[in-house]
Design a protein around this ligand. Structure first.
Ligand code: SF4
Ligand code: ZN
Ligand code: ZN
Length: 350
């Protein structure tokens, strides 16, 4: 107890008396691994600089490239979009923000509000698409058509988690849009605390090939557009603080279909956080070491990709995941229909 009180007062003392490393303002945050005390403005600048360094270190974006960001309205993707918006002129790339309305009750309504507010505040345009217009149904209806039961507390009873269905649908739609818009990469809001536990879990399970897809950059395969992760070296705490201090609109509510925790990942994350506390900078060193060695995890012979017999998109089976899900839900595979629909909608926006 004595020790806790000592630490608390010591922290208060520093917060009260410490000045920012870069200016005369009072510091409001300390970055343990770089031993820096920073004011609000310099913290925002510091995080943006680290993202810029990540982009340069892993050669994520080159001058003149077109980058698509799917912005859900949550803190990670909204912060990522805000960071890229602020650093895009330093590299000179084109940034496209996209929001897909999944129709998940009030959660989606609030998310859309956030996107509209962001758009107004920063004078930036988003492409806003509606999943009902694209597929013919919002996510809850799609889940019900698949045979899922949605309980009053939004728990989804189905053979697969709601997120797994949602993820497959979103990935397909995002990829079609990326191809239509001819973008070079899709930027994802995955941060270090999302990625490291997942990578380590895959290592425990010796699913080494999956690790190769979780690094800072995954190149294009066939018509599957490449992915980049500019937040690869940024922690969740840092993003939370960035979102708060920069004052960007974002939604704190969690999607009602997201429940339960992934136990193994949570345990690994707790361990990594403990290591970080005892050895500041541990997580970044680990993330860099993994990125350096990621090529060793790639399979020598890439899994042979077929073309989906309905929509022609690359798949390891004979029917792609999207066509399989939509065939089961609506009685017909919707891949081709969705491709045409998106092309038609985007032509109207351009
Ligand atoms: Fe979809 Fe799951 Fe994200 Fe909700 S939490 S939007 S269901 S992936
Ligand atoms: Zn300062
Ligand atoms: Zn298909």
């Amino acid at each position: 107890m004595k020790e806790v009180l000592y630490k608390f007062f010591k922290y208060l003392f520093f917060i009260y008396f410490m000045k920012c490393f870069y200016c005369e303002k009072d510091a409001i945050v300390r970055i343990p691994y770089s031993k820096l005390w920073l004011c609000k403005d310099h913290y925002i600048e510091y995080i943006q600089r680290r993202v810029l360094e990540t982009i340069k270190r892993y050669k994520l974006i080159k001058k003149g490239q077109k980058i698509l960001v799917g912005v859900s309205g949550g803190k990670d993707s909204t912060s990522l979009y805000h960071m890229l918006l602020n650093i895009k002129d330093k590299i000179d790339f084109e940034l496209i923000g996209l929001h897909i309305n999944l129709g998940i009750y009030d959660f989606s309504k609030k998310s859309l509000e956030v996107i509209k507010n962001f758009s107004k505040e920063y004078n930036t345009e988003f492409i806003i698409l509606d999943s009902k217009e694209i597929i013919g149904a919002y996510l809850p209806e799609t889940l019900i058509k698949l045979g899922a039961k949605i309980l009053p507390n939004y728990k989804v009873k189905y053979i697969r988690p709601a997120c797994s269905i949602c993820g497959s649908l979103k990935r397909y739609i995002l990829n079609i849009i990326a191809n239509e818009l001819n973008v070079d990469y899709i930027a994802l809001g995955h941060h270090m605390d999302d990625l490291l536990p997942y990578i380590i879990k895959n290592f425990f399970l010796q699913d080494l090939h999956s690790i190769s897809k979780l690094g800072p950059k995954t190149e294009k395969i066939d018509s599957l557009v490449g992915r980049i992760r500019p937040l690869y070296e940024i922690s969740e705490e840092e993003i939370k603080l960035y979102a708060k201090l920069s004052g960007i609109p974002y939604l704190e509510d969690q999607c009602p279909f997201k429940y339960g925790s992934k136990r193994i990942e949570t345990k690994i994350r707790e361990f990594l956080d403990k290591m970080e506390k005892e050895n500041p900078g541990f997580k970044i060193s680990l993330a860099r070491a993994i990125a350096r060695n990621i090529k060793f995890y790639e399979k020598e012979e890439e899994i042979k990709l077929n073309k989906c017999k309905y929509c022609g998109m690359p798949t390891s089976k004979d029917i792609c995941e999207f066509c399989r899900i939509t065939k089961r839900a609506f009685g017909e595979p919707k891949g081709l229909y969705v491709k045409e629909k998106i092309s038609e909608i985007l032509k109207g926006i351009k």
